[in-house]
Design a binder for this molecule. Structure first.
Ligand SMILES: NC(=O)C1=CN([C@@H]2O[C@H](COP(=O)(O)OP(=O)(O)OC[C@H]3O[C@@H](n4cnc5c(N)ncnc54)[C@H](OP(=O)(O)O)[C@@H]3O)[C@@H](O)[C@H]2O)[C@@H](O)CC1
Ligand SMILES: [K+]
Length: 479
C-alpha cells in the first residue's frame, strides 16, 4: 500500500521522531537520500553540473545539504539563493564542501546545468511561485513551446507551488519535475491529479517516520494489496456460490456499450453473467459471449453504460433487488441522493462517473471537478452516501467516511471509447463475488488499468482489448 499523508500528519510525526534524535539528523537523512537520487540521475559525478534553487525554509536546507554531499563527490554545484535568509547550516556545509552560491539578480547561466534541484518550498509552501523563483526556474530549466527541456528537474519533497494536501495546481506558476524525491511518506499531491503529473517519477526516502504516522486517508493499492483482496473460488465452489452479476446496459442506440459491459463482467471473476435489456443487444451478447444467460437471480447489478431513456427504469428495477450495484453513465442521471432502495433502505453501490458526470451529480462545472478531484469525489461520496469512483488518469475511489484510494495503474492509451463500460462490468463482477463496494471499486480500477498496460505494451488499444487482458493480469497476480 502506498500511503499519502497531509502536511499536518507529517509534521506531527516528524516532531515525535525528531525528539528521539540528534539535532539535524532528520535533515541529514533526507539530504543523503536526495543526493544519491540526483547522482543516479546524473549517472556519475565528475564533470556534472547541478544548480540548486534554494528558498527560505527547510526544503532549501535539504537541497543545500544534498548539494554539499554532491560537491564532495566531485559535482560542480551552484546554489541560487532566492531569499535573504536561507538555511544557515546547509549553506555553510555547501561552502565548506566547495560548492558556490549566488543571489538571484535576474541573469541566467552562461551554460545550462545537467540537473536543477528545486528546493524552493516543500510542505510549508503556499500555492504558486513568487516572481523571482519563477524567473530563476525559467532561466535554469528553460522549456520550448512543446514543454521539452534540455535540463532535468528534481523536486525536493514536492514540486514547489503545487497544493500539497489537495492535489490542486495554483493559478500561476509551479515546478514541473522529472523526479520528485520525498521523505518519510508520500504526500497527497504525489498521487492525486492534477498535481501528480507535475511530480514526475516519485522516489520515497525512508527517514524512519513510519512508526509515528497515523493510518493514511489517501492510499494507492499496490499489486500485493490487490492480490490479497482478489476473490478465489474455494474447493466446493460452484457458479452460484461464486456470484452472479447482472448487466442492464446498452441500448439500440449504443449496443456496443452493452457488449463491453458484459465483456468486463465476463472476465471470469464471478461465476455467471446475466444480461437483461434490449433484445437486439441480447442477440449480439449471446453471439459474442455464449456463456451469458438471461433473466434470473443475481448478486449484483451493473446498470446504465450506453443506456438510453430507459436507464431510469433499469436503475429502479436493479435497486428493487436490493443487491449491490454499479451505477454508470446514463443511469447516474436518475439517482437520488442518498442512494436508497424504494423502501428507503440503503443499497451498497459504486457510482462510476467521469468528471463531467460527477459535475452533473453535484450541480457544479466540469472544470471545477477536474481542478479539485479529491474534494469533489469525497463530496459526492458523502452526498450520495456511497462509494464513488471518479474516472480519470488517476481514478479516485472515495468512501463516504472520507477515505480515498487512488488508482495509479493504466497507460494514457486507456483513454479510449468504451473503456468505462468494461470497468463498470468488471466492478459489478467483483461486487457479485462478495467484495464490498470500496474494495470492488479499487480492485476493479487497478485490474482495469493493469489489463490496459498489459494489452497496450506501449501501443494503442481498444476497450475490448482491456476486457480480454483481465484474465492474464489476474493469473499473474495469483502466481
Ligand atoms: N517534515 C519532515 O519530516 C521533514 C522535512 N524536511 C524538509 O522540510 C520541508 C518543510 O520545511 P519548512 O517547514 O521549513 O517549509 P518549506 O516548505 O521549506 O518553506 C516554507 C517557507 O517558505 C516560504 N514560502 C512559503 N510559500 C512560498 C512560496 N510560494 N514561494 C516562496 N516562498 C514561500 C515561507 O516563508 P515566508 O515567505 O512566509 O517568509 C516559509 O518560511 C519539507 O518539505 C522537507 O523538504 C526534511 O528536512 C526532514 C524531514
Ligand atoms: K520543492
Amino acid at each position: 500500500m502506498r500511503a499519502a499523508h497531509t502536511e499536518a500528519q507529517v509534521r506531527d510525526a516528524e516532531a515525535a521522531l525528531a525528539s528521539t534524535l540528534a539535532d539535524g539528523a532528520l535533515m541529514q537523512r533526507a539530504a543523503t537520500g536526495l543526493a544519491y537520487a540526483v547522482l543516479g540521475l546524473l549517472g556519475g559525478a565528475y564533470g556534472r553540473r547541478v544548480v540548486l534553487l534554494v528558498g527560505s525554509g527547510a526544503n532549501g536546507g535539504d537541497a543545500l545539504h544534498a548539494g554539499a554531499l554532491l560537491a564532495r563527490r566531485g559535482v560542480a554545484v551552484e546554489a541560487v539563493l532566492l531569499s535573504e535568509a536561507v538555511h544557515a547550516e546547509g549553506l555553510a556545509a555547501l561552502r565548506a564542501a566547495g560548492g558556490r552560491d549566488r543571489g538571484w539578480d535576474g541573469t541566467g547561466p552562461r551554460r545550462l546545468p545537467d540537473v536543477v534541484v528545486d528546493g524552493i518550498v516543500g510542505i510549508g509552501g503556499r500555492p504558486g511561485l513568487k516572481p523571482d523563483a519563477a524567473a530563476a526556474l525559467a532561466a535554469y530549466a528553460p522549456e520550448d513551446d512543446t514543454g521539452a527541456r534540455p535540463v532535468q528537474v528534481v523536486a525536493v519533497d514536492v514540486p514547489s507551488g503545487v497544493e500539497v494536501d489537495t492535489g490542486r495546481l495554483p493559478d500561476g506558476a509551479h515546478v514541473r519535475a522529472d523526479l520528485t524525491v520525498t521523505f518519510g511518506t508520500h504526500k497527497v499531491a504525489h498521487l492525486v491529479d492534477p498535481a501528480s503529473p507535475a511530480c514526475g517519477a516519485v522516489h520515497l526516502v525512508d527517514i524512519g517516520l513510519g512508526p509515528h504516522l497515523p493510518p493514511a486517508d489517501v492510499v494507492a493499492l499496490q499489486a500485493d494489496d490487490v492480490a490479497a483482496l482478489l476473490p478465489r473460488p474455494g474447493r466446493a465452489a460452484h457458479k452460484y456460490t461464486r456470484g452472479v452479476v447482472g448487466v442492464r446496459a446498452g441500448s439500440g442506440r449504443y449496443p456496443g456499450a452493452g457488449l463491453l459491459a458484459v465483456a468486463g463482467a465476463a472476465s471470469g471473476l464471478a461465476g455467471m453473467v446475466r444480461y437483461v435489456g434490449d433484445p437486439t443487444v441480447l442477440d449480439r451478447v449471446r453471439e459474442a459471449h455464449p456463456e451469458v444467460v438471461g433473466v434470473g437471480r443475481v448478486q449484483s447489478w451493473t446498470v446504465g453504460s450506453g443506456g438510453d431513456n430507459r436507464a431510469g427504469a433499469a436503475l429502479r428495477a436493479a435497486l428493487a433487488d436490493e443487491v449491490p450495484l454499479v451505477v454508470d453513465a446514463e443511469a447516474l442521471r436518475h439517482l437520488d441522493a442518498p442512494v436508497r432502495a424504494e423502501d428507503g433502505s440503503s443499497v451498497p453501490a459504486v457510482l462510476t462517473p467521469h468528471a463531467g458526470e460527477l459535475a452533473s451529480l453535484l450541480g457544479v462545472e466540469r472544470a471545477d471537478v477536474e481542478a479539485d478531484q479529491l474534494a469533489y469525489a469525497r463530496r459526492a461520496a458523502q452526498r450520495y452516501d456511497t462509494v464513488v469512483l471518479l474516472k480519470g488518469p488517476h481514478s479516485l475511489v472515495a468512501h463516504p467516511d472520507g477515505r480515498v484510494r487512488v488508482n495509479t495503474t493504466g497507460p494514457s492509451w486507456l483513454a479510449t471509447a468504451g473503456a468505462g463500460d468494461v470497468l463498470a462490468g468488471l466492478v459489478g463482477a467483483l461486487l457479485a463475488t462478495g467484495l464490498d463496494p470500496f474494495d470492488a471499486a479499487a480492485v476493479g480500477s487497478w485490474l482495469h488499468g493493469a489489463a490496459a498496460t498489459y494489452a497496450s505494451q506501449g501501443g494503442p488499444i481498444v476497450a475490448s482489448d482491456v476486457a480480454d487482458a483481465v484474465g492474464e493480469v489476474v493469473r499473474s497476480l495469483l502466481a
